[in-house]
Ligand binder design. Structure first.
Ligand code: FAD
Length: 531
C-alpha cells in the first residue's frame, strides 16, 4: 500500500497557514491536517473579524476567541465556567490574558499584558495587518540578503501586501507632510515618512478587506481545488503532546474538545505554530526541552499617545472639498475605524525606533464631552513608537510540571525586565512622540509606555540560530535541534531585537522552513550549509 506523506500542523494562525499552503503547493502527494484548539468564527476559516460589518456579529466572534475569558462561549471551548476571574488588565478584544488571575491562570506579574487568541485564524483574525519589512539588524544575519529579500517578497504575496494603502487619503497625505517637516531632514534616504504597508485587498469604494489566515490559505479553502482535497482543518481540537522516539517525531496526541476523546494522529512531519508561549509549553509537555526553550523573550515596547489633529494646519493642506469627500468615503464603511496608516521606519544608527500613526475620526476611548478636543472635526491620530528589547537569557517563560494550567498543561511563569540597555531608546521614543504630537496637533492622552506584553508581538522563545550551542531552539530551517521532522513556527523564532510588527518576518521564516519540508517529503535533500 502506498503511503501518503502526512504533515500535522498545530495552530491555524497565519504561520500554520503559511506552512500548509507552501507544503501542499510544493508536494502534490502530501496531505496536511491542521489542528486548532479554538472554534471557527465565521463561515470562512481564519477570516479577519474586522471584515464583519455587523457589530453584534463582530463582538460575538471576538468573544468566542477569548479562551478562558470567553464569556457565554466558554462552554463551546470545553473550558469550565469556574476558571474565569477578571485580571487587572483588560485584554484587547479577541484576545485573552495569560495571567487572568483565576485558577489555572499563568503567572506573569512582570509581563502582565501577555495575551493570546484561541480561534481558527489565531491572532491573525484580530490583527491590525501592519506588515513592515525588517531592516538593518532586525534581519536574521545567517540568511543572506538575496535569499532574505526573496523570502520577504514571497511572504508579502501570501499576505496580499499593499504598500500604498490609503495613499490617496488627503488627510493621510497631510499627516505625512506635517511629520516630514518635523523629521524629514534627519532621516536617511529610503527610511523617511511614508505609508505603512498593510495586508489586505483594497476595494473600489476605498475600504479594505483585511487579510487573515484565510488569505494565506488561499486555494486550500477554495472548493474544488487540488490543494483543498488534501487539506483538513479540525477546529476545537487541542494537541496535547508531540509524540517522538529516538529523535524522530511520530505524530501528535489530540483531544477533541467537543467529545473529550483523546487519540493518536500519526504524521511524517509535525509543525508547531501555536504562538510564542503555547508552542514552547507544548514542547515542554512533550518532553522536548532544549536549554533555550522559552528563554530570550523579547517584544517591542510601545510609547503611545493620542492627538487631536490641528484644524489650522490641516486646513492649509486639505481643501474643504477633499475633506468632505474623505468623510463621505469613510461613511461608506463606518464599521472600520482605520482611515489612513503612516509610519517612520526603523533605521540605524540614528533612528533605532519605529513610529506607527493611525488616523481615525474618533479617539480610541470615550472622550469627556467637555474636553476641548472632544468632537474634533479633523479627527485624531493614535500613534506609538516601537522600542526594541535586547535578548537576554533571563527573560522568558518557564513551566511547572507540578502545577497545571486551565488546559492541563504545565503552568507558565513569565519573568521579564527592562534594563539599562533599553532605557536610552525608551527616552528617545518619549522625546520623539512629543515632537510628532506637537507637529500634528494637541495631546488628548499624554504619552505613556504601555505595560510589558502590550505589543502582542512576543519573540525569541523558540529562537532560531546558526549552531546548536544552547542559545537557540531551532536550526536555520526552523527544525528543533536534534529532530529532523519537528518544525516550529511563529514570532518566537525571531532571534533579533525588533521594533516592528513581526508577522511578515515570521511568514518569511516559515516559507523557508516549509520549502525545506517539501524537499524532505520528496526525498530530494539539498546540500545544507548553515550560513
Ligand atoms: P497565532 O495567530 O497566535 O495562532 C496560534 C494558534 O494556535 C491559536 O489559534 C491557538 O488557539 C492555537 N493553539 C495554541 N495551542 C494549541 C494546541 N495545543 N493545539 C491546537 N491549537 C493550539 N502582527 C503584525 O505583524 N502586525 C500587526 O499590525 C499586528 N496587529 C495585531 C493586533 C492585535 C489586536 C493582535 C491580537 C495581534 C496583532 N499582531 C500583529 C500579531 C499577529 O496577529 C501575530 O503575529 C500572528 O497572528 C502570529 O501568527 P501565528 O500563526 O504564529 O500565531
Amino acid at each position: 500500500m502506498s503511503h501518503t506523506p502526512t504533515v500535522a500542523i498545530v495552530g491555524s494562525g497565519p504561520i500554520g497557514s503559511a506552512y500548509a499552503r507552501v507544503i501542499l503547493e510544493g508536494s502534490p502527494d502530501a496531505r496536511v491536517v491542521m489542528f486548532e484548539a479554538g472554534p471557527q468564527l465565521t463561515s470562512v476559516p481564519g477570516e479577519s473579524v474586522r471584515n464583519i460589518a455587523d457589530p453584534v456579529e463582530k463582538a460575538r466572534a471576538r468573544e468566542m476567541s477569548q479562551g478562558p475569558q470567553s464569556g457565554a462561549f466558554r462552554e463551546s471551548l470545553g473550558i469550565p465556567a469556574g476558571v474565569v476571574v477578571e485580571g487587572m488588565f483588560t485584554a484587547r478584544q479577541g484576545t485573552h490574558l495569560l495571567d487572568f488571575g483565576g485558577p489555572g491562570s499563568a503567572h506573569a506579574p512582570t509581563f502582565p499584558a501577555a495575551a493570546a487568541a484561541t480561534n481558527v485564524g489565531g491572532q491573525g483574525a484580530h490583527w491590525t495587518c501592519a506588515i513592515p519589512r525588517p531592516a538593518f539588524s532586525e534581519k536574521v544575519d545567517f540568511i543572506d540578503d538575496g535569499e532574505w529579500d526573496e523570502l520577504i517578497t514571497a511572504a508579502e504575496s501570501l499576505l496580499h501586501a499593499q504598500h500604498a494603502a490609503f495613499s490617496d487619503s488627503p488627510i493621510g497625505s497631510a499627516i505625512r507632510t506635517l511629520l516630514d517637516r518635523e523629521f524629514g531632514a534627519e532621516l536617511p534616504e529610503g527610511y523617511g515618512v511614508g505609508t505603512l504597508p498593510v495586508a489586505g485587498d483594497p476595494q473600489p469604494d476605498g475600504s479594505m478587506v483585511w487579510a487573515g489566515a484565510n488569505t494565506v490559505l488561499g486555494p486550500l479553502i477554495e472548493q474544488g481545488t487540488p490543494e483543498s482535497a488534501r487539506f483538513e482543518l479540525r477546529d476545537l481540537t487541542l494537541v496535547r503532546r508531540v509524540e517522538h522516539e529516538g529523535g524522530e517525531v511520530t505524530g501528535v496526541t489530540i483531544e477533541d474538545l467537543r467529545t473529550r476523546q483523546t487519540s493518536f494522529f500519526p504524521a511524517d512531519v509535525v509543525v508547531v505554530a501555536a504562538d510564542a508561549f503555547r508552542s514552547p509549553q507544548l514542547l515542554w509537555a512533550s518532553g522536548i526541552r532544549p536549554p533555550a526553550l522559552g528563554r530570550y523573550l523579547t517584544e517591542h515596547h510601545v510609547v503611545i499617545t493620542t492627538v487631536a489633529l490641528d484644524e489650522e494646519r490641516m486646513s492649509v493642506l486639505v481643501s474643504d472639498e477633499d475633506f468632505e469627500n474623505e468623510l463621505a468615503r469613510r461613511a461608506v464603511n463606518a464599521a472600520d475605524p482605520v482611515a489612513a496608516v503612516n509610519r517612520i521606519p526603523f533605521s540605524e544608527p540614528d533612528h533605532p525606533v519605529s513610529l506607527q500613526v493611525m488616523y481615525a475620526e474618533n479617539p480610541p476611548f470615550q472622550l469627556d464631552p467637555s474636553h476641548p478636543a472632544a468632537g474634533n472635526r479633523w479627527g485624531y491620530v493614535n500613534m506609538g513608537y516601537g522600542v526594541r528589547k535586547h535578548p537576554r537569557v533571563e527573560d522568558g517563560v518557564s513551566f511547572d510540571d507540578t502545577e497545571l494550567d486551565y488546559r492541563g498543561f504545565p503552568n507558565m511563569t513569565i519573568e521579564y525586565a527592562l534594563t539599562d540597555a533599553e532605557q536610552p531608546e525608551l527616552d528617545e521614543a518619549h522625546a520623539r512622540v512629543r515632537r510628532a504630537a506637537e507637529a500634528l496637533g494637541t495631546f488628548v492622552a499624554e504619552p505613556r509606555l504601555l505595560p510589558n506584553g502590550s505589543s502582542l508581538h512576543y519573540m525569541g522563545t523558540l529562537r532560531m540560530g546558526p549552531a546548536d550551542d544552547g542559545t537557540s531552539v531551532a536550526d536555520p530551517w526552523s527544525r528543533v535541534w536534534g529532530y529532523e521532522n519537528l518544525v516550529v513556527g511563529g514570532n518566537a523564532l525571531i532571534p533579533t531585537a525588533n521594533t516592528m510588527n513581526p508577522t511578515l518576518m515570521s511568514v518569511a521564516i516559515a516559507v523557508r522552513g516549509a520549502r525545506r519540508v517539501v524537499e524532505q517529503l520528496s526525498g530530494t535533500r539539498v546540500e545544507e550549509v548553515a550560513r
